[in-house]
Design a binder for this molecule. Sequence first.
Ligand SMILES: [Zn+2]
Length: 79
Amino acid sequence: MNCDEFAELVTAFLDDALDSSSRPLFLDHMAVCGGCAGYYGRFTATITALGELPAPGLSPQTRSRLLTAFRETSAENSE
Ligand SMILES: [Zn+2]
């Protein structure tokens, strides 16, 4: 798994929607890649800040709202 794949799978992981073959690859990548571990940490922090629990069954609307909020947070942090 590379970093782009990791980023694409973060919401699926939080949604408990990763299949049994992708899940260990996702966790392995987070264990060895500091950048993605940080990305995951910021993502979950954003969810917490919004008061959204990473529960199974995130609606597409909630998912896109989280992604938008996360991108805004990341942009602020990079300044
Ligand atoms: Zn990575």
